[in-house]
Ligand binder design. Structure first.
Ligand code: NAD
Length: 711
């Protein structure tokens, strides 16, 4: 038995059920918890003497986080019969709660998610705390499933079809106050008043007999016209298909279950939900999304170093050198969370440009309702600027984000030796230059580290924390902790050309150009990548990143991995002609029309013709394999060389750094799903292309042992 519930009795014969999983930060529903709750419900069903039931959490600010995802993840290996059974348990239990012989009230204080929300939906009333911590949601679609314990049928009956569709398909939570506005909660009150208000509500429900009326009403069909149903379904499905391109089935399955059940009596509607659930629970996509949830949780807890006795240093003030595209973003990220930041550049004009960029980050968020003018004022009050380097003397961390030239960067480090506090950490945002080598010019190599942000800094969650040969554990732990404070996800990686993400991305980018020169059209190449799930095709991405950046990064890779990296002269020709991509108005495509949208450009043709090596028909299958197999092979080399500590670091790095499709779980999980044997076969036709398609030792071992990367 789980021993997580305590049933007590308040004056006036009101039962108070408290859910508090001992030793856990959050309450979740796993099988032992459901078994204990079933016993309690059996006792309660016989208590006709009770006036009512209140359900609360014993953890202030944490109600119920939902189902136990470890159990859900394990359902991948379950048979359809086992899946059906596991769905039925929660359903049957929550239906029994909905029929207890007295009014029932859930007192929601804090996070209330998934199964947590569904148990409250099976009760007669909900009262929510009016605190910002109180978030109520049905986020099941985020892990590839649908609310399967009554949520898809009870929520529309309670708050109406469209708000329910919105909550279920977006997975976004609502606050306690919003819950009261929508009619989900009876009221939103300060948390310390929840029990008193709950008792009062039970008294009212009994006096008015409102609880019985509600039970009858909420069990009826919604009674919507066919036209209303069709319209809502078409709108919701259209919106979801636009957003997910059909690659995430759960929201569509949820919409169909909601629509199919809407005009049925609740008991029948709940059966519709159970059937629909089976379409997605235990699926590969859901398993991948659950794995990502766990990888994220691991990274959130990861101190970045194996020695857990290492304590990160306090960071109160940060300096950022460079107010360009990256520097302004990095300084703003710190200032936005209240860390005092100093942004430095060589002259006032550049600082002024940097400040414009800094303001724009928050102003952009104000426009979409995600920030307020107070946030802007707070950010600005934490952000100082200067052209005088000596002002870094009181900073705990100095981040260098200046021009990508080694001699310029190391000259700055030498100057800083006399200016920075002797115990301060120096971090470089370099994309390509060796941290170990540059560390030799830093005031203290053990306090020199890579802190590699991605563009645009305000939107990209990943920070690669690069450990040079001399970097100390304390430095790593401090930068990992600082990255988390500014709401980023740090991944610690070893020092190698391209680090993790660019090293694995560049083979994919270059193969795209190779395919173009062999005869594939730009559109066909981009289409194959989009179909695989990438947010943007590789040709479009080159234009966005900038062809000059792509070219110089490619050169670094060619120098470092000359046995397999390729760089077509096409890129150099385009850069020499001033075609830098979107920023210069043209690259592979042109960007001179309305809103700078990409358009085909006849002036590109001569560049292609000059460099073309073939003009053959290339199938979508070949394009897809040639884009993603080299990316996978490079990922296995990263693992072989221990550049990262776990396979999950590669997968999360790519998901967060380049938008690798989450539903595939990352490139390594994708490879596991294809199978090492099959990948060996897929590589065969490309063996004449040389080392870049040659199976690595790791792949060969996986194939011969029949093992997977994630066992
Ligand atoms: P940028 O050209 O936009 O900005 C660089 C700024 O540094 C300029 O304003 C320049 O005046 C300033 N600067 C140069 N020397 C200086 C000095 N000695 N002291 C103070 N300021 C100085 O460049 P960026 O795109 O912001 O790139 C900066 C760094 O970030 C580079 O190392 C780059 O490789 C890296 N990076 C860039 C991206 C990207 O997508 N742009 C992504 C990740 C990392």
């Amino acid at each position: 038995m789980a021993n997580v519930f305590e049933l007590t009795e308040l004056d006036g014969k009101i039962a108070l059920l408290t859910f508090d999983a001992p030793g856990k930060k959050v309450n979740t529903f796993g099988q032992p918890v459901l078994a204990e709750l079933t016993e309690i419900v059996t006792q309660l069903e016989a208590r006709e003497d009770l006036q009512g039931l209140l359900l609360k959490s014993g953890k202030p600010g944490q109600f119920i986080a939902g189902a136990d995802l470890t159990e859900l993840g394990a359902l991948m290996h379950a048979t359809p019969e086992q899946l059906g059974e596991s769905m039925k348990v929660g359903h049957a239990l929550f239906s029994r709660i909905s029929k207890l012989p007295f009014p029932t009230v859930a007192l929601i204080d804090g996070n209330c998610m998934g199964g947590g929300t569904e148990i409250t939906l099976s009760m007669d009333y909900r009262i929510a705390a009016d605190t910002p911590k109180t978030k109520i949601g049905l986020p099941e679609v985020n892990v590839g499933i649908i609310p399967g314990w009554g949520g898809t049928q009870r929520l529309p009956r309670l708050i109406g079809l469209n708000p329910a569709l919105d909550m279920i398909c977006s997975g976004n939570p609502i606050t306690g106050k919003r819950a009261a506005e929508l009619g989900f909660a009876f009221d939103a009150v300060p948390p310390e008043h929840l029990i008193d208000e709950g008792r009062r509500l039970i008294a009212y429900a009994r006096e008015s007999d409102d609880w019985r009326k509600r039970r009858t009403e909420l069990a009826l069909p919604l009674g919507l016209s066919e036209d209303q149903l069709h319209f809502s379904q078409a709108t919701a499905e259209g919106y979801i298909m636009g957003k997910t391109k059909g690659q995430y089935p759960a929201p569509i399955v949820a919409i169909r279950a909601i629509m199919k059940g809407a005009n049925l009596p609740l008991d029948e509607a709940l059966k519709v939900e159970q059937e629909a659930s089976l379409e997605v629970v235990g699926s590969e996509i859901s398993t991948n999304l659950i794995a990502i949830f766990f990888m994220n949780t691991r990274l959130a807890r990861d101190p970045g170093v194996a020695d857990t006795s290492i304590v990160p240093r306090d960071v109160n003030r940060v300096a950022v050198f460079g107010s360009g595209l990256m520097g302004a973003g990095i300084a703003t990220s710190h200032a936005r969370v209240g860390i005092r930041s100093l942004m430095l550049d060589v002259d006032d004009d550049r600082i002024a440009d940097g400040m414009k960029r800094a303001r724009k980050v928050v102003e952009g968020r104000i426009k979409i309702g995600r920030a307020t003018y107070d946030d802007l004022a707070n950010m600005l009050s934490c952000l100082d600027t200067s052209t005088d380097k000596s002002h870094v003397d009181d900073c705990d961390v100095v981040v260098e984000a200046i021009t990508e030239r080694e001699e310029v960067k190391t000259a700055l480090y030498k100057e800083l030796a006399g200016l920075m506090r002797d115990d301060a950490i120096l971090a470089s945002n370099t994309s390509t230059i060796s941290i170990t080598r540059m560390g030799k010019s830093a005031p203290h190599p053990e306090r020199f580290v890579g802190m590699h942000f991605f563009f645009p800094v305000d939107r990209m969650q990943l920070v690669e924390v690069i450990r040079g040969d001399d970097t100390s554990d304390e430095t790593i732990a401090t930068i990992v902790a600082l990255s988390k404070r500014i709401k980023k996800t740090p991944i610690v990686v070893g020092d190698c050309p391209g680090f993790l993400v660019n090293r694995v991305l560049l083979p994919y980018m270059n193969e795209a150009l190779q395919l173009l020169l062999e005869g594939a059209s730009m559109d066909a190449i981009d289409k194959a990548a989009l179909k695989f799930g990438m947010p943007m095709g590789p040709i479009a991405l080159q234009d966005v990143v900038g062809l000059d950046t792509s070219y110089y990064a490619g050169m670094t890779m060619v120098n470092a991995y000359s046995d397999r990296a390729i760089l077509t002269p096409l890129l150099k020709d385009l850069v020499d002609a001033g075609r830098m991509g979107k920023k210069s108005g043209s690259g592979f495509r042109k960007y001179t029309g309305k809103k700078g949208k990409p358009e085909p450009d006849a002036e590109f043709t001569p560049f292609l013709e000059k460099n073309r090596v073939d003009n053959r028909e290339i199938s979508q299958e070949e394009i897809t394999q040639r884009l993603f197999l080299p990316m996978f092979l490079e990922s296995t080399r990263v693992l072989e060389e221990n550049i990262v500590r776990e396979p999950g670091d590669v997968d999360m790095g790519l998901i967060l750094g380049i938008g690798f499709p989450a539903f595939r779980g990352g490139i390594l999980r994708w490879a596991d799903s294809v199978g090492a044997d099959q990948i060996l076969k897929d590589l065969e036709p490309y063996s004449q292309l040389g080392k870049r398609f040659e199976p690595t030792d790791m792949l060969k071992q996986l194939a011969s042992s029949g093992k997977k990367i994630y066992e």
